[in-house]
Design a protein around this ligand. Structure first.
Ligand code: PBG
Length: 341
């Protein structure tokens, strides 16, 4: 008899695709029968700018409640939407292999950040993206936008949109020269055709956890020693290099006491050959007038027999230590100046 597994998801196109990928992977890896349960979160319900909504887990709380209430057994989130505090009663059971974590420009007429004309309008609701865009091109006008991926793409002049816009939820169309979105979301939705430039890390660092998924479960019966078709499948789905990278990125964010709406970017990469985990981070003033960048590396493991807990602790320390370096260099003042604008 296959194990029955209910998998909870938000109902946005992106969330449904992400959950579908995870459901397929779990079904491939274990003898399970999967049922999908849709959950509406505050992030889906509430209007308003992400910079005021963000940081408190608006997209995840309702899904976590569904897990804790037993309405579902597994929840799939975009890892970058998770608050940095570990929730009681839940476990981060798997972090699947990450997509390309970088941000992408989707501009009209094939334009790039270098070729957008002076005064061009770029839409983003993210203070992190706004700050890095303004630092690179102070002459551009950054416009605060929200909405799902198709709504945001539809704001670009001449953009092709699928499906047709929802007549019940009118939003301005074709009024911007460009928008910036996570490349990973566009890839999962099959919309890479809209991308005109992918930003290298020296131009724009992504949000901590961007491009990665988080697979959460209740923390009972899932640990490394647990044996059920679901527990086995989730262990096999977990990708150590991605988990270590996002642990470092999120430890940095937590130490900076910055939420996901803060102008903080971070990206860690594990070099498999040398076992070196390198973390790059940026803290910027929202108006782009100051940008602090720092990087640091750590060995994945000091001993020849890698032990999970100690290499996770080392990844977290890397993030915390780099946060300390940024704070010593004045990161708190920068971010605060940004918030007061
Ligand atoms: N906060 C919205 C959100 N959460 C995750 C993604 C994209 C997918 C990902 O980063 O894994 C997006 C959209 C975006 O930033 O463009």
């Amino acid at each position: 008899m296959p194990q029955n597994v209910r998998i909870g998801t938000r109902a946005s196109a992106l969330a449904l695709t992400q959950t579908g990928h995870v459901a397929d992977a779990i079904a491939r890896l274990g003898d399970v029968e999967i049922e999908t349960v849709r959950v509406r979160t505050d992030g889906d319900r509430l209007a308003g700018s992400l910079s005021t909504l963000g940081g408190t887990g608006v997209f995840v709380t309702a899904l976590r409640d569904a897990l804790l209430d037993g309405r579902c057994d597994v929840a799939v989130h975009s890892l970058k939407d998770l608050p940095t505090a570990d929730p009681d009663g839940l476990a981060l059971a798997a972090v699947p292999p990450r997509e390309d974590p970088r941000d992408a420009l989707c501009a009209r007429d094939g334009l790039t950040l270098a070729t957008l004309p002076a005064g061009a309008t770029i839409g983003t609701g993210s203070p992190r993206r706004a700050a890095q865009l303004r630092a690179a091109r102070p002459d551009l006008e950054v416009v605060d936008i929200r909405g799902n991926v198709d709504t945001r793409l539809g704001r670009v002049a001449g953009a092709r949109t699928t499906p047709a816009p929802d007549p019940d939820k009118p939003s301005p169309r074709g009024d911007l020269d460009a928008v910036v979105l996570a490349r990973a979301g566009l890839a999962r939705l099959g919309r890479l055709d809209a991308v005109t430039e992918v930003f290298d890390a020296d131009v724009m660092l992504p949000a901590p956890g961007q491009g990665a998924l988080a697979v959460e479960t209740r923390d009972t019966g899932i640990g490394v020693d647990a044996h059920s078709p679901l527990a086995d499948a989730l262990r096999a789905l977990d990708h150590r290099p991605t988990r270590l990278a996002v642990l470092a990125e999120r430890a940095l964010l937590a130490r900076l006491e910055a939420g996901c709406a803060a102008p903080v970017g971070a990206l860690a990469e594990l070099d498999d050959a040398t076992g070196t985990l390198t973390l790059h981070a940026v803290v910027a003033r929202t108006d782009g007038s100051a940008v602090l960048r720092r990087s640091a590396s750590a060995q994945r493991t000091g001993s020849s027999a890698p032990d999970r807990a100690s290499e996770e602790a080392a990844a977290r320390s890397l993030g915390e230590n780099l946060a300390e370096l940024l704070l010593e260099a004045g990161a708190a003042d920068l971010a605060e100046l940004g918030a007061r604008r």
